[in-house]
Design a protein around this ligand. Structure first.
Ligand code: PGA
Length: 268
């Protein structure tokens, strides 16, 4: 049996291709001040575009210092190589120079729109870790796959593709995000029970390979998370936080989601 729940909740804002310099400054400032009241049970990360990472880094550094304060920085992507003739790409080392702690890999938008394969995702996962960045590995089924009862097979395949290449020990420094593709940006959220079932499946799979890793692994949920559904999702035993797209672009909504994850503030 996998024991619950010594894992610190993690809320990640995926800003995707949104924001101007002004909007990023405003949003980050508002999230920073709003999160000051949060207690320590929740870790917060925001993922601006590559272009805005430097700005976010400077803004955070001018206050508490990147990585020291409550808000961490994440990147939405990374390239597999360390340097070279890869027009338009950014390496993990470059990200680490901007105080980045987390990198999203295998997001369904990258898998679908940019045709990233399981193998490529696994290489990105390892490239991130080689520069001491924590990969957030996204897995999730399409609507057709869910209707065909293929959810378990799909998500475990996506997870195993990384474990085969990187090894189970590498999962120790990683986060998994379960994001049903049909719930991303659609306003349709998996019910807490549906999400919990997949999170449990993922954890049980890890448990068969390495019980300690399974126990410590943070498995966060993504797909139309908002303030109104966050608390119920995060109260599930195997849901350790959220990967939030649209709702992370509004400071008040995002802070409210973070508060739902903060067990102590929930108790108040
Ligand atoms: P959403 O996006 O919250 O807008 O559904 C989630 C994601 O793509 O990570």
């Amino acid at each position: 049996m996998v024991e619950e729940n010594m894992r610190r909740k993690l809320i990640v804002g995926n800003w995707k291709m949104h924001g101007s310099r002004d909007q990023v400054s405003q949003l980050l400032g508002d999230i920073e001040s709003g999160s000051e009241r949060l207690l320590k049970d929740v870790e917060i990360c925001v993922c601006p575009t590559y272009l805005h990472l430097g700005l976010a880094f400077d803004l955070l550094a001018s206050k508490s210092g990147v990585g020291k304060g409550q808000i961490k920085l994440g990147a939405q992507n990374v390239h597999v190589e360390a340097a070279g003739a890869f027009t338009g790409e950014v390496s993990a080392h470059m990200l680490s120079e901007y105080g980045v702690s987390y990198v999203i890999v295998g997001h369904s938008e990258r898998r679908q729109i940019f045709a990233e394969s399981n193998q490529f995702v696994a290489e990105k996962f390892m490239a991130a870790q080689a520069s001491r960045l924590t990969p957030i590995l996204c897995v999730g089924e399409s609507l057709d796959q869910r209707q065909d009862d293929e959810t378990e097979r799909v998500v475990l395949n996506q997870l195993d593709a990384v474990i085969t290449v990187a090894g189970i020990a590498a999962m120790k420094e990683a986060v998994i995000a379960y994001e049903p593709v049909w719930a991303i940006g659609t306003g349709k959220t998996a019910s807490p029970a549906q999400a919990q079932q997949v999170h449990r499946t993922l954890r049980e799979h890890l448990d068969r390979l390495d019980p300690a890793i399974a126990k410590g692994m943070r498995i966060i949920y993504g797909g139309s998370v908002k303030a109104a559904n966050a608390k119920e999702l995060f109260s599930q035993p195997d849901i350790d936080g959220g990967l939030v797209g649209g709702a992370s672009l509004e400071a008040e909504e995002f802070i409210s989601i973070c508060k739902s994850a903060d067990q102590e503030s929930c108790k108040l």
